[in-house]
Design a protein around this ligand. Structure first.
Ligand code: MRU
Length: 348
């Protein structure tokens, strides 16, 4: 099994160490969080990003919060309520964030009445479990997904659903990694992913580190490549999947799905079961994050638009289930109709 060189987050028992993804690929610097507010800030500013990675980071944020709260036992409960609320308020779309915080809160409820050192230890074990389970889920997604990738395939991906977006290996890039490890000699088209360039800065960098052949394209080139017969399949990650199979992912995913349908190209989603939101039937209920106008008016700190020009900057879009060929999860591959297949995989 191949070794993944990139690690988005590391926990040493005291400090959560995050590679600062806003500085990649030019600088490899780390943010060291010793309190939950630092973790919340890092998620909000996208120093750590990608649905499973922000879930795991928030879980460790809850561990740091428990340690902070332990110094004032009478205020423990209200401190933890505030910490969970602040971590939840960082980014609205990826359900993994809410899933992980909810799981940590559930653990805390079960520990009520235990001595504080026990609570701290058990909360840490729960966060470590979330971290390790995510790695394991990515490996399984990779195995299931690689079976769908023909030898020599030219695979297009969008944004970064790799080791940097998870606790290791990746979802969409996990499938790509697994197919590569199986010797399938695949090549990757990486969409640059405006406005924050996760494809150019992160996916291209990550794949190059692992020696997987990657070619960078601007987002608006994808349709031309498909028309030229240069894309065999598309695979992307997800921030939230509804019970009916609608998928929120990085802005631009929907356009790719429409293009894929027009050109008869398979459109695959790869995500762990922690990304499925069974409380939502369809994509209309998914909150879509809107980010700062400056992300559109500037690029890499350089002004690229008239100052003050009005900007609309939604960070995600929703791809309807009918445009998705299959959803690759850690429990197997779901195909339409998704209401049945997703439910079955997740045991609902
Ligand atoms: O805004 P980002 O960079 O956090 O968006 C990330 C994505 O859209 C990913 O495709 C998604 O989170 C899946 S990551 C395995």
């Amino acid at each position: 099994m191949g070794v993944v060189k990139v690690q988005a987050l590391e926990w040493d028992g005291e400090v959560l160490r995050l590679i600062d993804q806003t500085l990649l690929p030019l600088n490899q610097e780390y943010v060291e969080c010793r309190d939950y507010r630092c973790v919340a800030r890092a998620i909000r500013q996208m120093q750590v990003r990608g649905a499973p990675a922000i879930g795991a980071a928030a879980a460790f944020g809850m561990v740091l919060a428990v340690k902070e709260a332990a110094s004032d036992p009478p205020g423990f409960e209200s401190f933890m309520r505030d910490a969970a609320a602040e971590l939840r308020s960082t980014r609205p779309t990826a359900v993994n964030l809410f899933w992980a915080i909810g799981r940590m809160e559930e653990k805390l409820r079960h520990l009520a009445g235990e001595p504080l050192p026990v609570i701290i230890k058990q909360m840490e074990s729960e966060a470590v479990a979330i971290y390790l389970e995510d790695q394991e889920m990515n490996r399984r997604i990779g195995e299931y997904g690689a079976a769908l990738v023909p030898p020599g395939a030219r695979v297009l991906t969008h944004c970064n659903a790799g080791a940097l977006a998870t606790t290791g290996y990746g979802t969409a890039l996990g499938v790509i990694r697994a197919a590569h490890e199986q010797g399938k000699e695949i090549t990757v088209w990486a969409d640059e992913t405006r406005p924050l360039l996760q494809g150019a800065r992160l996916t291209a960098w990550e794949l190059m580190q692992d020696g997987i052949p990657v070619t960078l394209i601007a987002d608006n080139m994808a349709g031309y490549l498909m028309q030229q017969g240069k894309v065999d399949l598309i695979i992307v990650g997800a921030d939230r999947i509804t019970a009916g199979g609608d998928v929120a992912n990085k802005i631009g995913t929907y356009s790719l799905a429409v293009l894929a349908r027009a050109h008869n190209i398979p459109m695959y989603i790869a995500a762990p079961t922690s990304t499925i939101d069974f409380s939502l039937e369809d994509g209309r209920g998914i909150p879509i994050e809107e980010r700062a106008p400056e992300e559109m008016r500037q690029m890499g700190g350089h002004v690229t638009a008239p100052p003050g020009v009005p900007v609309y900057n939604p960070a995600f879009d929703v791809t309807p289930a009918e445009l998705i060929t299959a959803i690759i999860t850690d429990r197997g591959v779901a195909t339409p109709p998704y209401r049945e297949s997703i439910g079955k995989l997740a045991g609902k």
